[in-house]
Design a protein around this ligand. Structure first.
Ligand SMILES: NC(=O)c1ccc[n+]([C@@H]2O[C@H](COP(=O)([O-])OP(=O)(O)OC[C@H]3O[C@@H](n4cnc5c(N)ncnc54)[C@H](OP(=O)(O)O)[C@@H]3O)[C@@H](O)[C@H]2O)c1
Length: 291
């Protein structure tokens, strides 16, 4: 069982929390942040519904008919959109989901957003203007992309080739995002807050690869490649064209230096410092994920 000390989250029965423990829907509840939010809410014995295509009832962003049954009887929703709030159609989806949720009686929305993405900001506005309580979590690139997502296989293979050079990124640990999400969902003190969530240190992708390599005692070669080569590589793996477009957008527009700064979002939300990349690497290495 997780404690408030290990999670950084105050217990549900403290101070200004919602004593009624009204039900929460966690969209993307099997994903990187969502599964951690679910775990913490379960530890708090909080009633919840896991939103996923394999949930009961199932939730699919591509099938609006699945949305109403999922929001019925729900008080608060943690919204993680797929694949990214920056893709065409995301604003309309968030608008329609918000409408569906409000019609079902939902009283609070907590949105996971991306830092430095104009389109994601439009989605934030939809949530902020919905007329119910809201909290926005605007996150930088996740540390866990190296251990639970797209960069895992290249790291395991010892060779990470990306179209990213000297621009540093303040990678954020998804455990921190989950802690903030749970606080926002279970405490009233976070209403109307937009938290920019970064780690405490900026690293280039090359430096991040080196830190992981040093921790596991292996060389992880980092190679900066042209964006066109990267897109061609993704296409050769039959990655759908809209996802190729998304990745190109993330590595060109979003990784242009606009996010190369640290923020105090984790400190403001939780009253503690964000997790350093080195601590994340230690945790991930201990799971044996990198071999
Ligand atoms: N990764 C980053 O560095 C980063 C940084 C900032 C913001 N974000 C944002 O975080 C959000 C989550 O991204 P992520 O890449 O980390 O993914 P993730 O949360 O790990 O995504 C997987 C989750 O989404 C669900 N899912 C996938 N397709 C779905 C669909 N069509 N309908 C409903 N649920 C679906 C999956 O469940 P099932 O497969 O069971 O349906 C799973 O629960 C995105 O909005 C992204 O923009 C990510």
């Amino acid at each position: 069982m997780q404690t408030s000390q290990t999670t950084g989250v105050r217990p549900a029965n403290s101070a200004q929390t919602n004593p009624a423990k009204n039900p929460i829907l966690v969209l993307g509840g099997t994903g990187k942040t969502g599964q951690r939010v679910v775990k913490q809410l379960q530890a708090l014995d909080w009633p919840l519904r896991v939103g996923s295509r394999s949930g009961h009832p199932p939730f699919d962003w591509l099938d609006t008919r699945t949305w109403k049954p999922c929001v019925e009887g729900i008080h608060s929703v943690y919204i993680t959109f797929q694949p990214d709030l920056a893709v065409p159609g995301a604003v309309d989806a968030i608008r329609f989901f918000t409408k569906t949720a409000l019609e079902a009686g939902v009283k609070k929305l907590v949105l996971l957003s991306g830092r430095g993405e104009k389109e994601a900001e439009a989605c934030e506005q939809v949530v902020m203007q919905a007329g119910v309580d809201w909290t926005i979590l605007r996150a930088s690139w996740f540390c866990q992309n190296f251990s639970e997502s797209v960069f895992l296989e290249p790291v395991q293979a010892g060779h990470l080739a990306l179209p990213a050079g000297d621009i540093p990124e303040p990678f954020v640990d998804v455990d921190d995002i989950a802690d903030v999400a749970v606080a926002a969902l279970t405490e009233e003190g976070h209403n109307g807050q937009r938290y920019e969530l970064t780690g405490p240190r900026m690293l280039t992708f090359k430096e991040a690869s080196q830190e992981i390599g040093n921790a596991i005692g292996r060389v992880i070669n980092y190679e900066q490649i042209p964006i066109g080569d990267y897109a061609a590589m993704l296409r050769s793996y039959h990655v759908p064209e809209d996802q190729v477009d998304l990745v190109v957008y993330l590595f060109t527009e979003v990784l242009d230096g606009r996010n190369a700064s640290l923020t105090d979002g984790v400190q403001r939300a939780l009253g503690r410092k964000p997790t350093d990349f080195a601590t994340y690497v230690k945790k991930a290495a201990a799971t044996g994920v990198w071999g």
